[in-house]
Design a protein around this ligand. Structure first.
Ligand code: ZN
Length: 210
């Protein structure tokens, strides 16, 4: 923390006076042209990477640079996007990913999931810790396969924190729905999400990848 306080002091005493004119201009308002959405990862420094000046990038960050689908709940990301587009009228939106993103448990989970599916199945991540798999088969078979995958995914996950091994038991739940001719992808995903929650055992311990 002291490092940061010293940094701020240096900014006030050395950097700010040098750029006083620039900051005085920004005091009167901002007009960034770019909404920049990226990961919270500390190794990403948008201004440094793109040599951007204060006032140039309107930035939204979270772990995994996740932008949830528009829904009934308004969160920080939707508010940021709406403000950028409607109030600031940005001309460009950049979603900037990076290599080696995501926490270790989720990566292991995705890896096991990918090993369980067949060629032709489509796997997609949904939100923070939910996945969709599109099976080209009958509902009955899809249910059987989804349950097999969920049981394979319900296991102990070993990962490393500061070089130390940690194991975490996770339980996966699977819900299955059949595509209805003419329905939108959003409706299909919403029904699948509801089916997954309906299949979830009611226990106080939640928060595991589904
Ligand atoms: Zn990341």
């Amino acid at each position: 923390m002291e490092r940061l306080i010293a940094g701020y002091r240096k900014f006030r005493e050395e950097v700010y006076p040098e750029r006083a004119e620039q900051f005085a201009k920004l005091e009167r308002g901002q007009a960034p042209r770019v909404l920049f959405i990226t990961c919270a990862d500390s190794r990403i420094t948008p201004e440094l990477l793109f040599q951007a000046e204060p006032g140039e990038l309107f930035i939204c960050r979270n772990a995994g640079d996740i932008v949830p689908a528009h829904g009934d709940h308004t969160g920080g990301v939707s508010a940021t996007v709406e403000y950028a587009v409607r109030a600031l009228k940005v001309t460009d939106i950049v979603v900037c990913g990076h290599s080696d993103c995501g926490d270790q448990v989720l990566k292991l989970f995705a890896h096991i999931l990918n090993e369980q599916v067949r060629p032709g199945d489509v796997v997609a991540r949904w939100g923070g810790d939910e996945f969709f798999v599109l099976f080209d088969c009958e509902l009955k078979d899809a249910l059987k396969r989804a349950q097999q995958i969920a049981s394979r995914l319900s296991t102990r996950y070993e990962f490393y924190v500061d070089g130390k091994s940690v194991t975490l038991p996770l339980r996966a739940s699977a819900g299955v729905v059949e595509y209805r001719t003419g329905e939108s992808a959003a409706d299909l995903f919403r029904r699948a999400d509801q089916a997954m929650y309906a299949a979830k055992p009611k226990t106080p311990r939640g928060n595991s990848p589904e």
